[in-house]
Structure formats: C-alpha cells, structure tokens
Design a protein around this ligand. Structure first.
Ligand code: A3P
Length: 309
C-alpha cells in the first residue's frame, strides 16, 4: 500500500483518545511526557517571538494578530498556511495518525523553520525550555479568566480527539480546579507567567481587554514588537482578526483538519468568542464552590481578572 493511501486511511479513522502521563507534576499526553527531553532541549533564538498561553485563552486570535502585524496587514500572506503551520506549537508531539499531518510535529516544524520564527506554547513557566530565557526571546503571554477558559477547554476537549475525554461539565470543573487537565493548573500558569514578566521581556495581555478594545491591545503588541503601522493598516488588522471574520477563515479556524481529529459538529473551534459565556454553563452552586476555591488559590497575587466585560 502506498504511503499516501495509508495516510488517507489513517486520517479517516476515528482517533482514540490519548493516554496521559505526568511530567514534573503536570498532566500531559503520554507521548509528550515520553519525549520531554526533546522539548526541554529546544533551542530558542534571540529573534524568536513566543506566544504563550494557557489553553483556550485566545492563542489563535493572538497568533492571527501577530501574523497580520508581521505581514503589514497583508491578508493574502496571512492565508499562506494554517495557523499551526505558520506558528509551530513547540510542546506538541503526537503519534500514529498524527504524524501524517503537518499539524502534529510542532516541535519538528519549529526546528526546521527559518528565522525569524513565531512559536506557540502552552507550557507553564517553569517548564519552558531554558534557552528562551538565556536567548532573551520576546514573549507575548495572553491570559483569560478561569471560568471562560474552563468552559472553552471543556467544549474543546469534547471535539478534539487529541485531548482526554472531559466527562460531564460537573466532573470537568473538579478536574480543572485540581489542575488535572493537560498542561496543568490554570491558577499556577497565570500566576507563574505573571511573576516571570518582572525578569524577562514578556508582554502580558488579557483576553477580556482584547475583546473590550482590540485597537488599544494591538497597539501594545506593536510597541512591544517595535513596529509602526498606518492607522488604515491597524483598522484592517482589527477587522481581519475579529471573531466573525476569523470564524470564516479556514486558515485560522482549524476546519482543515479531518473530523477524526477535530469534529466541529460537536463544538466548533471558533465557538462563542465572548467573555462571560461561563454564565450559560455554571449552576449557582458550582459557581459558589468555584469562587470559594478560587480565592484560596489566588491569594497573595496582584493578578486580577474580569469574568465579564
Ligand atoms: P470560546 O470557546 O470561548 O469561543 P485558543 O486559540 O487559545 O485555543 O482559544 C480559543 C478561544 O478563543 C475560543 O473561545 C475561540 O472562540 C476564541 N477566539 C478565537 N478567535 C477569536 C477572536 N478573533 N475573537 C474572540 N475570541 C476568539
């Protein structure tokens, strides 16, 4: 059988949910944990730009904004490839069917990519490959409030065959609060990166601020990247990276992946794109329990979030 035929067959089959295994106390897929050394030894370069987030915090949105900035607002150039091929996901390794698609060997893609590279990670700060610190690479971190992150991650785990089964929302809320989800605790993630910005060039942004005033937040990115763009180009970027436009952009909405990997009929990748959607999901009791626990976990930090705008 030809390789192409084999790939087709594999891609059309239903993918099994992945096995998980902790690495340094953080839940990851088994294949990532088993290949951890390869990620840890990744060689960053001084002109790399890293987009770091907790999963579902607005990574893809930020990637599109950054790509538009880097390409001076040229929409055609930004449609040259899928988001995941434009900006390799360095902490992503998958096996089996996954190795047949460009999406999966994010780490290998990053290694092969010519500079200057824009890369993506969901790693908690203590697990970032040390070369990013020694090379002083610029990092944009985007944070999103815990409840909306949770709801978005829950639906994403339902439709994405590369993530463990989330169970019911009730069960998932418990797992999320205990940090028993891939890439670990939301609380430690946002706090860890918040502290890291004191010692490293990190632009720390919030999803809610981006939604409230995209122009202001894009201007912060421009300043951080030391770029200057005409007002007209800036307005074009705001338009092109709005939720409604990105939802229809196959190079940004993950619909080019086979349904055996992401099934958008279960829940679309570009789902709601709104702060406060958690209110449509949490019961009063779940919300009270979550808030109580949240206070304990976030005690002592200056970091605050808005759960609606
Ligand atoms: P929802 O599931 O709440 O809709 P990530 O890229 O980190 O996986 O984050 C995905 C989340 O960001 C999804 O949230 C998605 O809808 C939202 N998103 C993607 N593009 C967006 C945009 N242009 N504006 C607002 N939200 C966006």
């Amino acid at each position: 059988m030809s390789l192409e035929k084999m790939k087709d067959l594999q891609l059309n089959e239903e993918s099994p949910k992945p096995e998980t295994k902790e690495i340094n106390g953080i839940l990851m897929t088994k294949i990532i944990s088993d290949n951890w050394d390869k990620i840890w030894n990744f060689q960053a370069k001084p002109d790399d730009l890293l987009i770091a987030t907790y999963a579902k915090a607005g990574t893809t949105w930020t990637q599109e904004i950054v790509d538009m900035i880097q390409n001076d607002g040229n929409v055609e150039k930004c449609q040259r490839a899928n988001t995941f091929d434009r900006h390799p996901f360095i902490d992503h390794i998958a096996e089996g069917i996954c190795m047949t698609s460009h999406y999966f060997p994010g780490l290998d893609l990053a290694i092969k990519m010519p500079s200057p590279r824009t890369l993506k990670t969901h790693l908690p700060v203590q697990m970032l490959p040390p070369s990013f610190w020694t090379q002083n690479s610029k990092i944009i971190y985007v944070a999103r409030n815990a409840k909306d992150c949770l709801v978005s991650y829950y639906h994403f785990s339902r439709m994405n065959k590369m993530l463990p089964d989330p169970g019911t929302l009730e069960e998932y809320i418990e797992e999320f609060m205990n940090g028993r989800v891939l890439w670990g605790s939301w609380y430690d993630h946002v706090k860890g990166w918040w502290d890291a910005k004191e010692k490293h060039p990190i632009l720390y942004l919030f999803y809610e601020d981006m939604k409230e005033n995209p122009k202001r937040e894009i201007q912060k990115i421009l300043k951080f990247l030391e770029k200057d763009l005409a007002e007209e180009t800036l307005n074009k970027i705001i338009y092109h990276t709005s939720f409604d436009i990105m939802k229809e952009n196959p190079m940004a909405n993950y619909t080019t992946l086979p349904t055996s990997i992401m099934d958008h009929s279960i829940s679309p990748f570009m789902r709601k794109g709104m702060p406060g959607d958690w209110k449509n999901h949490f019961t009063v009791a779940q919300n009270e329990k979550f808030d109580e626990d949240y206070k304990k976990k976030m005690i002592g930090t200056t970091l605050t979030f808005r759960t609606e705008i």
